[in-house]
Structures are given as structure tokens and as C-alpha cells.
Design a binder for this molecule. Structure first.
Ligand code: PBG
Length: 335
């Protein structure tokens, strides 16, 4: 018979300092990436579907990025709002060297030293069809999203961003083979220091709704299920993770984060590359709306949601809460 001492796990929680000692994981502003929207308008325009977020002018973008840097946020992810009249079925605006993204990247590189600028590589903001790739109409009138033709466009888009000074290009389109193709295109043009953050496991999620509202980028017809992953499929997500690593991605992403924490965890076990997770617009809006009517403590709920994503294994979190979270974390650290 063994002597059984009473087990009292509560001893480790008895005071703030003892809880601090045994704390397993900590969030810091350095883990966060701030997504920002830019447009060619006259004013910073509040986004109805994302309260607290704006379609920023170039000066507004630079000012916000400087605030983020001052808070210890290392990177921003840039999303352009393209007017309907500039959208075409060949999405050619996506690699216009005088376009909004190259101009925004140049302004950020000039005014925000040290900031890592991540650009989104996908055709949906520029494509009159609203899909991430080029679209072909089939004889039975259904739509087909073309893979290899799209990959050629994505390479031109990535090169255009790299020339403008982007530090990291982030293909979010889910075409097959695009990471390898973009890597060779960048390398052949001498952009060996530009990183690829691949949206490797991107699911066909209902939680992108508010983002598509912000950009006016919802598909005009059909859905994205022929390229984005089925939310039921974690093994298939791991296959995408493995392929993008093999094709030369520098960092990988799982998206959305909250409903797919098991995928974040399994991806963390499956690769040694840095792993990002994207707390997407719908996750943001759920927390924001519940806090707005007073049923959630915004700060506590947001920090808990981010901690959960870190605990599951993400090294970096893209979140529209990045600025608020960084402020709260600095307050808590007494900074
Ligand atoms: C599209 C893209 C989307 C998001 C980032 N890049 C939407 C989509 O795939 O339809 C969503 C981000 C969010 O919801 O916050 N290339």
C-alpha cells in the first residue's frame, strides 16, 4: 500500500506571483501581425463589417503602421481595396507596378524602418469574378477556376510586390504548385531575401464574410470550395502543409484559427517551419459584437482567444485585435 499524500494542485495558483512562476506560455506583441486595409480614397473610411477597422489612405496606413511598430508589433499584412472599375477578368491590376499595393509598400518601407511588410498574393481583389484565380466559363455554363494560368499571374504579382520592397509575400489563393513557382520567379529575379508565408491550410470558411464585405471581394458566382479546403479535412490540410514546405515556403499558415485549433496543433507537430494562424474577420466580429452589447469582457476574451491560438502551437497570429492586444499586454507588463 503506497502512502498517498493529498494532491493539492491549487498550491500552484495561490498567489499572483506563484501563478506567474508556473505560467507555461506568454503572449507578447512580438507574436502579433496586424492586417491593414488600404484604399485610394480621400479619408480613412470606417468598415461597417469590422468595427474599429478602416480602409486607410496612404498617410493613414503609414501612421497606423508607425503606431503598431511603437507598440512592438513586428509586421503588418496589407490588403488593398480596389474600386469595381479597376477589376477585370484577367485581374491585370494585380501586377501593375504603379498600383495601390506597390505604392503602399514603398510608402511603408520609406516611413516605417524595421517594419516587416507582408503582401497578399491572390487575384480576388482585382478579379471582376471575385475568385482568387482566373475563371473560365464551361460549355454547361458552370465556372472553373484555372490553376496553372493563375499561378503565372501570381508569380507576376509576387514579383511586382518584391520590386516595390515587400519583405514577405503571402499567397492566399490555394492554387496547386504556386509556392514553388513563386520561389523560382523571385530567385530568378534576384529577390532571394523575400520570404514566402504560405496560406498552406486555408479552409473554405464562413468566417471570411466580414473581410469580403470590407473589400467588396465576394465571389460573384459560386463558392471557393474547388480550391480552399473542406472544413472537415484535417489530414488533407497536413498534406498541403507538407507540400508547401517541400516547395520552399519559409513560413506556413493555418486559417481560420479558432475553429481549426486541432489543425494548428497537428501542423505544429508536422513541420519545423514557423507557423502562423489567422484569427479571421468573422472571429473578430463575434468577439467584438458580444463585447459591444456587454456580454463579454473584451480585453479578457480577446487575450484568452489569442492565448489559445498560441497554446495550440502558432508562433505568429494575424489578428485585427493586434493593436489593442499589444496595448493591453504592455499595460499588464507595466510598460
Ligand atoms: C483572399 C483572402 C481572404 C482573406 C484573406 N485573403 C478571403 C477569402 O479567401 O475569401 C480572409 C481574411 C479574413 O476573413 O479576415 N485571398
Amino acid at each position: 500500500m503506497s502512502l498517498s499524500l493529498p494532491q493539492r494542485p491549487r498550491r500552484n495558483r495561490i498567489s499572483a506571483s506563484r501563478r506567474d512562476m508556473v505560467c507555461e506560455i506568454r503572449l507578447s506583441p512580438g507574436d502579433l501581425i496586424l492586417p491593414l486595409f488600404v484604399h485610394d480614397g480621400e479619408v480613412d473610411d470606417p468598415i461597417d463589417s469590422l468595427p474599429g477597422c478602416y480602409r486607410l489612405t496612404l498617410p493613414g496606413l503609414v501612421r497606423t503602421a508607425q503606431e503598431a511598430t511603437a507598440l512592438g508589433i513586428p509586421a503588418i499584412a496589407l490588403f488593398p481595396v480596389i474600386p469595381e472599375r479597376a477589376k477585370t477578368s484577367d485581374a491585370a491590376e494585380a501586377w501593375n507596378d504603379a498600383g495601390l499595393v506597390p505604392r503602399a509598400v514603398a510608402a511603408l518601407k520609406e516611413n516605417c524602418p524595421g517594419l516587416t511588410v507582408i503582401t497578399d498574393v491572390a487575384l480576388d481583389p482585382y478579379n471582376s469574378d471575385g475568385h482568387d484565380g482566373l475563371v473560365e466559363r464551361m460549355p454547361d455554363s458552370s465556372l472553373r477556376v484555372l490553376n496553372d494560368e493563375t499561378v503565372e499571374c501570381l508569380c507576376k504579382q509576387a514579383l511586382c510586390h518584391a520590386k516595390a520592397g515587400a519583405d514577405v509575400v503571402a499567397p492566399s489563393d490555394m492554387m496547386d504548385g504556386r509556392v514553388g513557382a513563386i520561389r523560382s520567379a523571385l530567385d530568378s529575379a534576384g529577390h532571394t531575401e523575400v520570404s514566402i508565408l504560405s496560406y498552406a491550410a486555408k479552409f473554405a470558411s464562413a468566417f471570411y464574410g466580414p473581410f469580403r464585405g470590407a473589400l467588396g471581394s465576394a465571389p460573384k458566382e459560386g463558392d471557393k470550395k474547388t480550391y480552399q479546403l473542406d472544413p472537415a479535412n484535417a489530414r488533407e490540410a497536413l498534406r498541403e502543409i507538407a507540400l508547401d514546405e517541400a516547395e520552399g515556403a519559409d513560413m506556413l499558415m493555418v486559417k481560420p484559427a479558432g475553429p481549426f485549433l486541432d489543425v494548428v496543433f497537428r501542423a505544429r507537430q508536422a513541420t519545423h517551419l514557423p507557423l502562423a494562424a489567422y484569427q479571421v474577420s468573422g472571429e473578430y466580429l463575434m468577439l467584438k459584437s458580444a463585447a459591444a452589447v456587454g456580454w463579454l469582457d473584451e480585453k479578457a476574451a480577446v487575450l484568452e482567444s489569442l492565448l489559445g491560438i498560441r497554446r495550440a502551437g502558432a508562433d505568429m497570429i494575424l489578428t485585427y485585435f493586434a493593436m489593442d492586444a499589444a496595448r493591453w499586454l504592455r499595460e499588464e507588463a507595466g510598460a
